[in-house]
Write a protein that binds this ligand. Structure first.
Ligand code: E4P
Length: 220
């Protein structure tokens, strides 16, 4: 499973990239706003992320009408060859995805929750489909079970182009575990969750005891 970082925070992206584990980044309007982004700086910000990350960088469209989504997608894709255009799952989004795919612009179909939505996204030409896990849990549904269904359904068919599933809206290290066990292609995780993935109390305890034993060696 490849790991993407779900953030627009440059410091977090630089840190994760330095760990040698970063295969891509996904951003969305909320994450960009949270990083203090402004409208005029958006293209430069995405370009900066592309310079740090050796992999696809998703930048999301905010238009609701197909022709506008297409123009916005073309503008985003022109920022850098690494840019993948994120388009919400909706009829106008499907039509825009079809056209963008014809223009060789890679699309990440986002806000995808169900198997039918994922199949439609893949059929329309999306290179990536992003089922959201945590937001299903938020409404007392089983986000991991829904993700498993999407992974199974997408793997059942040849769509005539590569389609990778990105487990999105990841809220815990256990979500990462479950996604990896079901063989999902990619998980996009917030930096806080990435940190949780590295840590384990037994690792911390082990480091502590090795260091204290090494002190005995040094003082012997
Ligand atoms: C997907 O690419 C989205 O950016 C993201 O995973 C949304 O997660 P959230 O539900 O935690 O906002």
């Amino acid at each position: 499973m490849k790991l993407f970082l779900d953030t627009a925070d440059i410091a977090e992206i630089e840190e994760a990239a330095s760990w040698g584990i970063l295969a891509g980044v996904t951003t969305n309007p909320t994450l960009y706003a949270r990083a203090g982004g402004t409208l005029s700086e958006f293209p430069a910000h995405i370009k900066r992320i592309c310079e740090i990350v050796d992999g696809p960088v998703s930048a999301e469209t905010v238009s609701l009408v197909r022709d506008e989504i297409i123009s916005e997608g073309e503008r985003l894709a022109a920022i850098d060859p690494r840019v993948v255009v994120k388009v919400p799952t909706m009829p106008e989004g499907l039509a825009a995805t079809k056209r963008l795919a014809e223009l060789n612009v890679r699309v990440n179909m986002t806000l995808c929750f169900t198997v039918p939505q994922a199949i439609l996204a893949a059929r329309a030409g999306a290179a990536y489909v992003s089922p959201f896990v945590g937001r299903f849990d938020d409404i007392s549904e089983d986000g991991i079970a829904q993700l498993a269904q999407v992974v199974q359904a997408v793997s059942n068919y040849d769509f005539g182009h590569d389609v990778e599933v990105i487990a999105a809206s990841i809220r815990s290290a256990n979500h990462v575990t479950q996604a990896a066990l079901m063989g999902v292609d990619i998980a996009t995780v917030p930096f806080k969750i990435l940190e949780q993935c590295v840590k384990h109390p037994l690792t911390d305890r082990g480091i502590e005891s090795f260091l204290s034993d090494w002190e005995k060696v040094k003082n012997s």
